[in-house]
Design a protein around this ligand. Structure first.
Ligand SMILES: Nc1ncnc2c1ncn2[C@@H]1O[C@H](COP(=O)(O)OP(=O)(O)OP(=O)(O)O)[C@@H](O)[C@H]1O
Length: 210
């Protein structure tokens, strides 16, 4: 039976950062098997939106419906533990997420040859691959990805795109802040600057200096 319920739905969601409103009126509906690419200039609020969807910060307004246990976020900080080996990092996350088995994650991101290397000694791109391998280990349905291809070469970007495609084929979903074309067509794009929050009313502004 196909699952026709959205994995995430927002209505009139408002997002801010540091007490400042960034986005308003964001309506999103993410179905199993679908991917949404977030676009927008630097500072427009992509990371803040992903953090809000992941439950790391509360919405300023509106509603967000999602099952927290369905979601995994891969952010700018890879979450890699430098004093653990590649395999130990993956086993650590498997324990955190309550899953088992790291071989598929190692294979997917071509990390097998590096399995016993201390994460501290990995190159930036290798570290990023390890951070992304955490997605496989997590076993969650909705991937929230913030600039996932930073530091990745063309080959590793291809591995990542294949991993996303396989995830979608298995009924997973992804929201990806990225400026590059991952070749995942057909795919929806959303420019977050469409939802830019109105600046504070002049009265509020004056009040701050009263
Ligand atoms: N911790 C913070 N405290 C206050 N303001 C912040 C904080 N982090 C980010 N901001 C501000 O919030 C705004 C949105 O930032 P955000 O990181 O969400 O944008 P972005 O679209 O992801 O940008 P980029 O494309 O550069 O990654 C920016 O003006 C930024 O300076």
């Amino acid at each position: 039976m196909s699952d026709t319920r959205p994995l995430l739905e927002t209505r009139a969601l408002s997002v801010g950062r540091g007490g400042v409103g960034l986005l308003e009126g964001v309506d999103l509906r993410i179905m199993p098997g679908s991917a949404l690419v977030l676009r927008g200039p630097n500072g427009s609020g992509k990371t803040s939106l992903l953090r809000t969807l992941a439950g790391l910060q509360p919405p300023r307004d509106g509603t967000l419906e999602a099952e927290p246990d369905d979601i995994v976020l891969a952010g700018h900080l890879d979450g890699v533990k430098p004093t653990l080996s590649v395999a130990e990092n993956l086993r650590f996350w498997a324990e955190i997420f309550g899953t088992s088995g790291i071989e598929q994650a190692l294979r997917t991101f071509d990390l097998d040859r590096l399995r016993d290397r201390m994460a501290a000694s990995l190159s930036a791109g290798q570290k990023r691959r390890l951070g992304l391998a955490r997605l496989i280990v997590a076993g969650r349905k909705l991937w929230l990805l913030d600039e996932p291809t930073v530091s990745l070469d063309q080959e590793a970007t291809g591995l990542f795109a294949s991993a996303v495609r396989a995830h979608l084929d298995q009924g997973g979903a992804a929201i990806i802040a990225t400026h590059i074309d991952l070749g995942l067509a057909p795919i929806e794009h959303m420019d977050v600057s469409r939802y830019r929050a109105a600046p504070p009313a002049p009265d509020d502004f004056d009040e701050a200096f009263a």
